[in-house]
Design a protein around this ligand. Structure first.
Ligand code: ATP
Length: 237
């Protein structure tokens, strides 16, 4: 199976000392790969580097196209979307306004209307909250909005940072299931950073375990979930 996203020997950080060291991984077309590891392992850093938000060395390939010299907004145009940790919903804007921001780099006005309508159909609770402000939403609704906003750009590959953070278990379960269904029904490819390893592995095809900025394990999700030593050492369950 071809990789929708391939990362080769990626090194990145915030200063002189790199946080990620020569990380390589592949996200096969239409699959969910979950990026696991403790607090500070480098999951957020990796997603930010792939989006072009940090200086890096190494290579990021989106459908075999090298993104190294491509600025972040052009990466969105080429089909890469990023839902950041904390969701990035703008508290002072309405659901509708937040959703439209998702099309900023990718659509003309007519297409944008169609794309936002499609997301309201997919996420019906958002359609009922169109006029609500970001800060009036529950945590689960905010995560739904962040996901819908990324999907408005009709991405090929979605980078999703800790969607389960701070949410009740039933809400986490429903978000994970939504992701799985999205991939199965639309062919979307997802790189999902999660501290909730059990939840993420239950819907992922593959898992990659990071520790102190390096890959410790990379394999089928079921295999990682069954590896007790790995779970105890790096995944905290
Ligand atoms: P978490 O689940 O807590 O977000 P993570 O696996 O996503 O953890 P990162 O946020 O990528 O980990 O952090 C990796 C390392 O980079 C940590 O040592 C962290 O202190 C450092 N770091 C993160 N953001 C910055 C920043 N803006 N400036 C300097 N160092 C940072």
């Amino acid at each position: 199976m071809t990789a929708a996203l391939e990362i080769r020997r990626l090194t990145a950080g915030y200063g002189a000392e790199p946080v990620l060291r020569e990380v390589s991984l592949q996200v096969p077309d239409g699959q969910v790969v979950t990026l696991l590891g403790a607090n500070g392992a480098g999951k957020t850093t990796l997603l930010r580097a792939v989006s072009g938000l940090l200086p890096t060395t190494g290579t990021v390939l989106l459908r075999e196209q090298d993104l190294s010299d491509v600025p972040p907004e052009q990466r969105v145009r080429r089909g890469l979307a990023h839902v950041p940790e904390g969701r990035g919903v703008i508290a002072e804007l309405t659901v509708e306004e937040n959703l439209r921001l998702g099309g900023l780099w990718r659509h003309g006005r007519t297409a944008l209307r169609e794309r936002t309508d499609a997301e309201y159909q997919r996420f019906e609770p958002l359609a009922r909250r169109r006029k609500a402000l970001g800060h009036q939403l529950s945590g689960g609704e905010r995560q739904m909005l962040a996901l819908a906003r990324a999907l408005v750009a009709a991405p090929d590959v979605l980078l999703l940072d800790e969607p389960s953070l701070g949410l009740a278990p039933q809400v986490v379960h429903s978000i994970m299931q939504t992701l799985r269904d999205l991939c199965d029904s639309t062919g979307l490819t997802v790189l999902l950073a999660e501290q909730n390893a059990a939840g993420a592995l239950s819907i992922a095809d593959r898992g990659v375990v990071l520790h102190l900025g390096e890959v410790r394990s990379d394999g089928p999700a079921a295999q990682i979930a069954q590896d007790e030593a790995l779970r105890h050492a790096y995944l905290g369950y």
